[in-house]
Design a protein around this ligand. Sequence first.
Ligand SMILES: Nc1ncnc2c1ncn2[C@@H]1O[C@H](COP(=O)(O)OP(=O)(O)OP(=O)(O)O)[C@@H](O)[C@H]1O
Ligand SMILES: [Mg+2]
Length: 248
Amino acid sequence: MIRLEHITKTFQTKETNLHAVNDVSLTIDQGNIFGIIGFSGAGKSTLVRCINLLEVPSKGKVWIRNTNLLELSEEELRKERQKMGMIFQHFNLLAQRTVLDNVTFPLEITGKKKAQAREKARELLKLVGLGDKESSYPAQLSGGQKQRVAIARALATDPDILLCDEATSALDPITTSNILALLKEINEKLGLTIVIITHQMEVVKQICHKVAIMEEGKVVEEGLVSQVFTTPKSEVTKKLLLTEGEEK
Ligand SMILES: Nc1ncnc2c1ncn2[C@@H]1O[C@H](COP(=O)(O)OP(=O)(O)OP(=O)(O)O)[C@@H](O)[C@H]1O
Ligand SMILES: [Mg+2]
């Protein structure tokens, strides 16, 4: 579903060139929940933003379903992007719009008729367990509810990939667990491929099939979660396992 080939992203700063992502190659299978974990500054967000070209890689290829995104025209890229949803740590909801209108927003952009957009949004709000909140405004919701709205919005255009960047980092442990259970349900029900960026070990343990560990722009270790966590090879992985739970 997703194949990153020798991705490098270099940021030019005044003094130096910073390789935020440094020659990363990864394959993520369809229907998988794939975790990318590492300490702050490891390059996780930059890497995930390279998947939908929010960040254009300095080098390498981004294959989505056998299409190299870097070779597409703007119009073609726009279409490919509609098949990728993204959710963030701080939800990024539109404060001026109701819950329902937040979820219809991406559909308005694609030119869908209002009635159809609303029908779809209601269906998704039900899926994420917020059927009764459509007229509320984001400020009236809890963090977990806001993230549910963000998930519904990310699913509005029927994507087959969902990118999550620290989607549970602002939530308490129980709410985190509920959101992860929801993501797992969506993965199973809709067959979505999910990429989860996190610095929380327990997130990976709860729902990921495979995991890649990043350090200084590189993937230092990857494999099945069960394998990587029982026999960690790299020092970073061992450190991540040690710090588990400390942040709560
Ligand atoms: N637009 C930018 N310009 C310059 N440097 C950047 C830019 N974006 C990211 N970086 C640098 O790239 C490195 C990787 O950043 P990135 O945000 O990908 O890390 P991260 O693993 O997501 O960290 P965190 O866990 O804190 O979110 C950092 O050193 C950061 O300062
Ligand atoms: Mg980040």
